[in-house]
Design a protein around this ligand. Structure first.
Ligand code: ATP
Length: 234
């Protein structure tokens, strides 16, 4: 889910016309995945770690355009390393809260326009937001929540949370809906849900008519409150 508070961050990122440059600080599993994906998409990626071996590894694995060994808690080292000139810097230091917080503060004071930081706990997340990180992710928490939801509602294939109360979900057509039309099921009046799309032969029909019959094994995409979605039969 993209939190509404992060909306302005993504809006400003999108509005930037010049070619984007990224720096990733911290080459653990998360930082390496971010760097590798950006690099594969053809972006300029500068990788930073205090550990010489991690820096060498990033270069030999070709997940970075450039890589430097430096201690990001030192503002001078960041300045000399050219980090303050980057458009977007990702702070991927999870386990060392103090280092992560100091690094984020340094980047903020150095005038980096877009700062993304990875948190490893609720309090870490709060600290990063207070310091001024533009976008904070907490992958272990977010993945844990998503996994629990997919285990308890296996019929829900995808969920896009619009805000804490409302979602768009892709669900397998419940058994009791098979052979019935959207109008007959009265999804809007009985469940408070609007059907956005129905799958047929590996593609979706968008805005299906009320007469559309739901078939076994198909998927439907609906929008509504989480409460209404929970009421759907499994
Ligand atoms: P993973 O992504 O594997 O779960 P993580 O996010 O928990 O890892 P950490 O173990 O916290 O990552 O550290 C990531 C990297 O950050 C390590 O490679 C570490 O060397 C680097 N790092 C820690 N402190 C600093 C610092 N002050 N300056 C630069 N790099 C640092």
């Amino acid at each position: 889910m993209v939190n509404l508070s992060s909306l302005s961050f993504f809006q400003t990122l999108r509005a930037e016309r010049r070619s984007k440059q990224f720096a990733v600080i911290g080459l653990g599993r998360f930082g390496r995945a971010v760097a590798a994906t950006l690099h594969k998409q053809g972006y300029d990626v500068l990788c930073i770690d205090s550990d010489e071996e991690k820096v060498a590894q990033a270069l030999s694995d070709r997940i970075a355009t450039h890589a430097r060994q430096l201690d990001s808690t030192s503002p001078m080292a960041l300045k000399e390393g050219g980090i303050f000139e980057q458009d977007t810097v990702i702070v991927a230091i999870g386990n060392y809260v103090q280092e992560s917080v100091i690094t984020t503060l340094n980047l903020k004071e150095g005038g980096v326009p877009h700062i993304v930081a990875k948190a490893s706990s609720e309090i870490h997340m709060k600290l990063l937001k207070k310091i001024g990180a533009d976008h904070v992710v907490f992958p272990e928490h977010e993945m844990g929540c998503a996994l629990a939801r997919s285990l308890t509602r296996p019929g829900i294939l995808e969920r896009f949370e619009l805000d804490p109360e409302n979602s768009i979900v892709e669900v397998i057509v419940p058994e009791s809906f098979v052979g019935k039309s959207i109008a007959e099921l009265r999804l809007r009046s009985s469940y408070g849900l609007n059907v956005l799309a129905v799958s047929e032969d590996n593609r979706f029909e968008i805005n299906p008519p009320p007469s559309k019959l739901l078939e076994r094994g198909s998927a439907i995409v609906v929008i509504g409150t989480n409460h209404s979605i929970e009421k759907l039969p499994v």
